[in-house]
Design a protein around this ligand. Sequence first.
Ligand code: SR1
Ligand code: MG
Length: 430
Amino acid sequence: MKIDVPEAYVPQTPESLPALLGSVAVIRDLLGGTPDTWTVEEVGDGNLNLVFKVRGPAGGIAVKQALPYVRLVGESWPLPLTRAHFEHLALVRQARHAPGLTPAVIHYDADMALIAMELLEPHIIMRHGMIDGIVYPLFAEALSTFAASTLFHTSDLAMAAADKKALVADFAGNTALCAITEDLIFTEPYMVADNNRWTSPQLDGLAASIRTDSELKVAVSRLKVKFMSSTEAMIHGDLHTGSIMVTQTDTRIIDPEFAFVGPMGFDTGAVIANLLLNYFSQIGHEDGPGARDSYRDWVLGSVEGFWNEFHSRFLALWRNEGKGDAYPSALFDDPVARIRLAREQERYMADLFADTLAFAAAKMVRRILGLAHNIDLENIADADVRATAEARALMMARSLMTSPGHYGSIEAVTAAARQWNAIEPFGAKV
Ligand code: SR1
Ligand code: MG
């Protein structure tokens, strides 16, 4: 793939960044002092980009810069810088629909593929907190608000048809990031691929059985075509717990570079998948058997809270602000029609629930068999324990993906998670 790099583009270093930012008045005012007194650290631990914290005498900012390749892999995997444009577009739109739940954008430099944002401190990446067993009481409320607001307001339920189509066009160029998802999530884990890796030899048999599981391969391909062709709403596109920064009193959703107009269930599924992966990983993080049981309860309670609150928030938005060209209010202005519409809204949510579970499953499988893993599982040093957690998650994922309709409620999903978590996938107890 040939990457267009603007002539002015220079990948930044802690040494070069102050001079670049010093030419931006709003940043100078925010940081105070002079650029030569600013301190810079590169803190990026994601798969794709550079991330800097920049501090001056008056304050700090976070700066994210795209590289023309995948950081995790290196220059052999080129990746367009335009992902910064799509991230900026999404951040601005998300801030409009979900105020207070994203980092404020301070400055965007298209040539440098760089976004300067509010520095979130003392926030940490939620995934790190969950590995340490920290409870986040505001999680379900914040994530359900973010998902319901951003998805509803960018859907045909809320938008005029022409505006919606313009939104689809705005994000249609984010093809390289979509291709990562299409390959790494919906294709490679189900075949022999160079990028794949798993806990071996423990999971060799399960990985092989997934590669010959035609029911599963049809199910994941059904999800892939939905991902490729559905234009339901502007989605975050990578809504895992590494894209959430938290304190006990504040929650922010970051990193929407994978944003495009796609299926809503991909976002809601990502949230549930990452909670479930963390749930299964607790065996590798507790001090003794059962020591994290109350944390496990909180994680599964958050799965239920997220979905149930999302469901009621989304429906409330539809009832109160459903001014889009879909389901035109002119068709539902008598009492009988309104009752039918209410039933139709429940059916719509049931379909979205089934999508959510199936997409969640795809996200669970890819983090265990594909290229990019989650540290919830990856940080478990004992490979037998790690493989036990991963096998339980894989077996649950297979059920969710092939039979999402089997789960009549989110409580049925969490009950199933408890059952899968009690099985011994390799026969003997570890
Ligand atoms: C090559 S990029 C791998 C993964 O990192 C991002 O966080 C996305 O989840 C992507 O699939
Ligand atoms: Mg990311």
